[in-house]
Structure formats: C-alpha cells, structure tokens
Design a protein around this ligand. Structure first.
Ligand SMILES: Cc1ncc(C[n+]2csc(CCOP(=O)(O)OP(=O)(O)O)c2C)c(N)n1
Ligand SMILES: [Mg+2]
Length: 590
C-alpha cells in the first residue's frame, strides 16, 4: 500500500477540519496528485474536496471567503515560487482580514541525479529553484515552515493550523520539496484533541470595572469596532450592551464583517474613520479595530477617555500605529463585552443605568436613528433622464434579494453608500475585504456561497463590486469555477467607467492642484470605453451565465428580478449597472 507524505498531508488537513483544497497544480505536485486520486478512490466523504482554480488569487480568495464565514480553516495548494506569487494581493487580504487559510506550495526538487524519488525530471526544475521561496509571502503569514520529511508532516500541518486559528487568525504557509513529499511512510494519525488553537482571552477584573464605570459615567459613550462581527455571537452581545447602557452608540469601520444591526437605535452604520460621533464622544471603546479614526480628517476631542480592546492591540503587522488610549488590552471581543455587560448588570451600576436620564437618552437615540434612516432614504432617487446612482441601485438590490442574503462587498468609493442602503441586520450577512488588495470579492463570494451551502443554509449570495475591482478579481477564473462547480452567485458591477478612488485620494492632498481640473482620461483613471463586464463573465462560463446591462431605473426594475431568479435557479448572474456619469461633475474640482 502506498502511503506518502503527500497523502498524510491531505489526511492531516482533513483530520484537522479542513474540508476544501483550492488547487492550482504543477510539476512540484506529482505525489500530491497521486494522493488526491488515492483519496478520492479510497476515502469517499472523508477527504478534502478538491476545487480546480485556474488562478491562485481566486483560489486563496475562495478559501478566505469560506473561512471567514465559517471560522473553519481551508487549504490552498499552489505551484512553487510562481504559484506563490500568483496568490498576489489575496495573501495581504487574508492577513488583514484575519482569514485562517493554510497555503501549501511545493519546492523544486533538490536532487539532480535521480538519487531519490521526486528527483529532477524537467527543465523547469532548475528555473523554479529559488533561494528562499517563503520570503515571497512570509511577512503576511502568521507562520511559515518547511516540510523537511514526511515523518512529521501531520505535526507540521497542525503546528501551522495552530497559528492560523489562534487570534489574530490569518494565513500560514507550508512548503516542501518533491522528494520530501514523495517519502513513503507508515500510516499514522495524531490525537487531534491536543491540537486546539489558543483559547480566547478575557479582560482582568480591574479592566472590566474601569471600562464599565467609564461607559456608565459617560454623557456620550461610543464604541468603534471593525472585526467583532466575525464571531457572529458578538453582534448579539453588543446589542445587549447597547440595550443596557442606553445612549451608547456603535460605529462600524468596515473591518470586514457586519458588527451591529442597522435596525437598532444605537447603529451609526459603516464609516471609514470619519464620523461626527468620533468628535463629540467623551468615552470611546475601540473594539477589535484597525483604524478607528483618521487623525487628519477627524479625531476624538481632547480629554475623551479611550479604551482599546483588541486581539492584537499592538497591531504587530503595522510599523506605525497608536491611538490615545488610556489603557489597552489584549482580549477577545465576545468575552470582553460579555464581561462588561455582566459587570454592569450585577453591580451598583445597574441602578445607575435604570434612571430616568437613561430613558431620556434612549428616546433621543431613537429620534436620531430615525433621522439617520430618513436621510438615507432621501438619497434614493433617479435623475431626470431616468438614470440612477449607487444609493438607488443598492436600495433596489436590497428589495430584490432575499431577506437573509449574504452581501460580499468590494465597492471601494461606493462602500458607505451601499452599506447605508443594505442596512445589514443579521449577523454574518455582510462581508467586505478588510484588506487593500483589490479583487478579493469574486473568489470570496464563491467561497462564501460554497460555505453556506455546505452548512445546509443555502443562503443567497450577492457580490457588489466596483468596475475596476471586477477586473482585478480575475473574472475569467471566477465564473469558470462558478459554472464548473455549480456555485451560483449574483454579481452587481458598479460601473462608473473606471477608478474613482485615485481622484478622491488626489483631492485629499491637492484639492486645487492641476489634477483637480482635468478629466478622468487625463488622470489615467478612466476605463472608457467600458468593457462588457457581464459579457466577460458569460464567456468564462462557456456562455451559460445570466448577463445583462442596466442604465436606467426602468431597465433595473425589469432586470434585477430576472437576475435574482436566475441565481435562485442555480445559474450565476452578472448585472453590469451603469451609474449616472460623475465625470462632468468633477471638472473644475467640484
Ligand atoms: C491590487 C490593487 N491595485 C491597485 C490598488 C489601488 N486602488 C485603490 S482603489 C482603486 C480603484 C478601484 O476602482 P473601482 O473598483 O472601479 O472603484 P471606484 O474607485 O470607481 O469606486 C485602485 C486602482 C489597490 N488597492 N489594489
Ligand atoms: Mg469604478
């Protein structure tokens, strides 16, 4: 019986709870391919499902999306140095977005004369032999390690997964040469019960007391969060806290998951580090958040009491980070919020938050919440010639899609408008990248759909993506995979004829510079003539996918339900939504 290191590797990831391997194979993988075939033949239903991914960035984004929704790690297998480079910005995204993914890449064989099985057999083995392959991705990885022998390959897999699954979660990278992966072994297994990740940490009693007292003494308490919604249970915990400390408001900075429901009066929505509430709050709890405010745009007032609770308060990946927090704690957000909530309820503070003053604050919050929703609704409008912009579009999408849709959003400069209109209420129903490498959402939406189907929930998944970002997402691979593996998603392309973001960046620094007075073409940010985005997707699916364009509200009214019905019927759909042209408006720096 053949039992190689590669087979043990695949067994090990399955035993550790990895259900999928997103693969892009090459000459480093003969033993992997043999092992896959053996596993498919001999271990039906007890072996990772293999998904062929024609592009590595899509592979990693799929694993990332799956892992984010389920908090279960997934695996990506790529080809030596070049496949590792093909992961591209997806490694950055998985790292910033705290997605637990195990990446494996082969190494070129290290023997030349046939000394070992796996020794060099092809020209390319000389070419792809690089001095330090892991350096391509190591700064984004929680751990990198070489599989030097098959004899402890399962320990290496579990060691890597211990890092991937301990906070802050993220990608890990294992690599092994052909010879090592070919090694014949005696079958073996580990006791998985001894390989659980580090458990969530709590606040000290003293910290709980200090934060609870500050929150209940505050006139205008604010909690700013980014990632706390990754654990879906934390959403409910924050609701309980906001119900108790009435007047506390919650601002989401779009770290990646929806953190607080829009239908709660404490909801301030998603903003990227700029919001009036930041300037006026007297007590601020920053909870699992990378960028609570952008100092040059907006910052807390002098004397505001700030507490920072985070699984990674030092932001170990960032060369510069600091906030004027009085105290900072390394703790799990669910645990910390539960502790603070319990403390308030089971101490003298309970009486304090039960006074008439708190009832008045609650009334005020409800009034402000209603005003906010009214303002958002007033953005839903069409132009005189029947065209629409993002707010109208997002409002219509919200109406057309099922209540429990999972939104996978990479809408760049339109994200806040989209978030305002979608008003996510259900934990886990909104995911955005959290990182800065465009192109995440195509693969991620597929991964999320695969995950919700595997969970038996079979939720509707809608990707909302900028037109520039759609091209970054490698649609040729995304929609081939969608078709090949029957993963139906709805994609809405926000077509504003190019990259709006660089213009915004430019104007923040040079509001009256030469660039402020010229067209998108002159700024080199125009994608006109506009590609046929839905056509690209349709071609990738072999002509099977539902594809259309909408430029007017009338077209949208007809096409959106058709697109949703197509996806419900098992086919992916891409609707290219042509937004009302903004270019004219920008001329003259308006
Ligand atoms: C991989 C990568 N390349 C380049 C950028 C820089 N960048 C940030 S936003 C943006 C434009 C995105 O265009 P689009 O998706 O159309 O969104 P819009 O700006 O129009 O809202 C670019 C090029 C990036 N973040 N990531
Ligand atoms: Mg655009």
């Amino acid at each position: 019986m053949v039992y190689t290191a590669s087979f043990a590797f695949l067994e090990a990831i399955w035993e550790a709870g990895v259900t999928h391997c997103f693969v892009n194979l090459g000459s480093d993988h003969p033993s992997i391919i043999e092992a896959i075939v053996k596993g498919q033949n001999e271990k039906k239903g007890r072996f990772p499902k293999i998904v062929t991914c024609p592009n590595e960035m899509v592979a990693l984004s799929m694993a990332d999306g799956y892992a984010r929704l389920t908090n279960k790690p997934q695996c990506v297998i790529v080809h030596v140095d070049v496949g590792t480079q093909g992961l591209g910005a997806a490694v950055h995204n998985a790292s910033c977005g705290r997605a637990p993914v195990l990446i494996f890449a082969g190494l070129s064989p290290f023997t030349i004369e046939g000394e070992m099985r796996g020794s060099r057999t092809e020209y390319i083995h000389w070419i792809q032999d690089v001095p330090d392959q892991k350096q391509i991705v190591s700064q984004y990885c929680r751990y990198t390690g070489e599989i030097k022998t098959g004899k402890n390959v399962k320990q290496m897999v579990n060691r890597a997964l211990s890092f991937a699954m301990s906070e802050p979660k993220g990608p890990v990278y294992l690599y092994g040469a052909r010879e090592a992966m070919e090694e014949d072994l005696e079958p073996y297994s580990l006791e998985q019960t001894y390989w659980h990740p580090v458990e969530p940490s709590a606040l000290s009693q003293d910290a709980v007391k200090a934060i609870a007292e500050a929150l209940t003494e505050a006139q205008e308490p604010l909690l700013i969060t980014g990632y706390s919604g990754r654990n879906h249970a934390t959403v409910g915990e924050l609701v309980k806290l906001a119900d108790t400390v009435r007047g506390l408001r919650i601002l989401d900075t779009g770290g990646s998951d929806m953190c607080f429901p829009a239908n709660h009066p404490a909801w301030l929505g998603l903003r990227y580090g700029v919001d009036p509430s930041i300037k006026t709050a007297d007590v601020i709890v920053v909870l699992d958040c990378d960028v609570p405010w952008i100092n040059t745009q907006c910052h807390p007032k002098a004397g505001a009491k700030i507490f920072h609770i985070d699984v990674d308060p030092l932001k170990q990946q960032m060369p510069i980070f600091y906030i004027k927090a009085l105290r900072r704690f390394r703790a799990d957000s669910y645990t910390a919020i539960s502790q603070i909530y319990s403390y308030i309820n089971f101490s003298d503070l309970k009486q304090k938050v039960s006074t008439a003053e708190y009832s008045d604050r609650w009334d005020k919050l409800q009034r402000l919440h209603k005003e906010k929703l009214d303002t958002i609704t007033s953005e839903v409008k069409i132009s005189e010639n029947g065209n629409f912009a993002t707010s109208y579009l997002a409002h219509q999408i919200r109406k057309a899609c099922p209540e429990d849709t999972i939104w996978v959003v990479e809408a760049v400069t339109q994200t806040v408008l989209v978030a305002d209109q979608l008003q996510a209420n259900l934990p886990g129903s909104w995911l955005n990248c959290g990182g800065g490498g465009l192109g995440w959402s195509g693969g991620a939406a597929l991964g999320v759909k695969l995950a919700t189907d595997d969970q038996g929930k079979k939720k509707f998944v809608c990707q909302i993506v900028g037109d520039g970002t759609f091209l970054f997402s490698v649609p040729g691979s995304v929609y081939w995979i969608a078709q090949r593996y029957n993963i139906p998603i709805l994609t809405i392309v926000l077509n504003n004829k190019g990259w709006n973001a660089p213009r915004k960046s430019l104007l923040l620094v040079h509001p009256n510079g030469a660039g402020s007075k010229v067209s998108n073409e002159e700024l080199n940010i125009s994608l006109a003539p506009t590609p046929d985005y839905s056509g690209i997707a349709k071609a990738a699916s072999g002509g099977e996918l539902w594809a259309a364009h909408a430029s007017t509200a009338k077209e949208l009214e007809k096409l959106l339900p058709e697109a949703v019905a197509a996806v419900m019927g098992g086919k992916s759909a891409v609707l290219d939504a042509h937004l009302e042209g903004p270019e004219g408006k920008y001329k003259g720096g308006a």
